[in-house]
Design a protein around this ligand. Structure first.
Ligand code: AMP
Length: 216
């Protein structure tokens, strides 16, 4: 089963994609994570992408389309994949359609996670992750059981994304509303769009997604 999770930054796409990886054996393909890895590795793509990401703008379609094309050629996506953060505009969606057609693949469901902008700012500006194992936390909603120590791996080092500050989050939301939100209509016309309430708590959102998948 192949899915697209569609929704603004902070909607919970990454959290739910990771859940689905564990439960259904699907592979999360997050262009944001892949680009952050490229930045951390100091590769040519990373060097090109860093300043753009720090401003909350979209990196070029060529870069992300070729990243996804490479990933779809790898064997670990054979059981199915979850696109998280891709496509982000109509040109990317059209490139994805061409890629899928050439590989004889299809998207079974596009799940739109609906949330309101003000909640997103609080969700995003408070989030951080364990530097070692990647477990996610939040200043208000999910602190480690013992302050300063990761619940999962015991590490004392945590990181925040440089683009998770309020000014950049507002720019990212504006980019989403202008460039990515039109994909709701794009997939609505194709007939496989399902909208869920992303304001619900994490287990409830998970349940809503399971319902969609059971019917897909
Ligand atoms: P995310 O982790 O999905 O919030 O992505 C973080 C940043 O990476 C975005 O603000 C963009 O600068 C860049 N990015 C991620 N995915 C894409 C994409 N599909 N197209 C263009 N830029 C992207």
């Amino acid at each position: 089963m192949n899915l697209i999770l569609l929704g603004p930054p902070g909607a919970g796409k990454g959290t739910q994609a990771k859940n689905l990886e564990e439960r259904r054996g699907l592979k999360q393909l997050s262009t944001g994570e892949m680009l952050r890895a490229a930045v951390a590795a100091g590769s040519e793509i990373g060097r090109k992408a860093k300043a753009i990401m720090d401003r909350g703008e979209l990196v070029s379609d060529d870069i992300v389309v070729s990243i996804i094309a490479d990933r779809l050629n790898q064997p670990d996506v054979a059981k199915g994949f979850i696109l998280d953060g891709f496509p982000r505009n109509t040109a990317q969606a059209e490139a994805l359609d061409r890629m899928l057609r050439s590989k004889n693949l299809k998207i079974d469901a596009v799940i739109e996670m609906k949330v309101n902008d003000e909640a997103l700012i609080e969700r995003i500006t408070g989030r951080y992750t364990c530097a070692k194992c990647g477990k996610g936390y939040h200043d208000r909603f999910e602190r480690p059981k013992q302050e300063g120590t990761c619940d999962v791996c015991g590490s004392h080092e945590f990181i925040r994304r440089p683009d998770d500050n309020e000014a950049t989050v507002r720019d990212r939301l504006e980019v989403y509303n202008r460039q990515t939100a039109p994909l709701i209509d794009y997939y609505g016309r194709k007939g496989n769009l399902r909208t869920i309430d992303g304001m619900a708590d994490i287990p409830d959102v998970r349940r809503q997604i399971e319902e969609v998948l059971d019917r897909a």
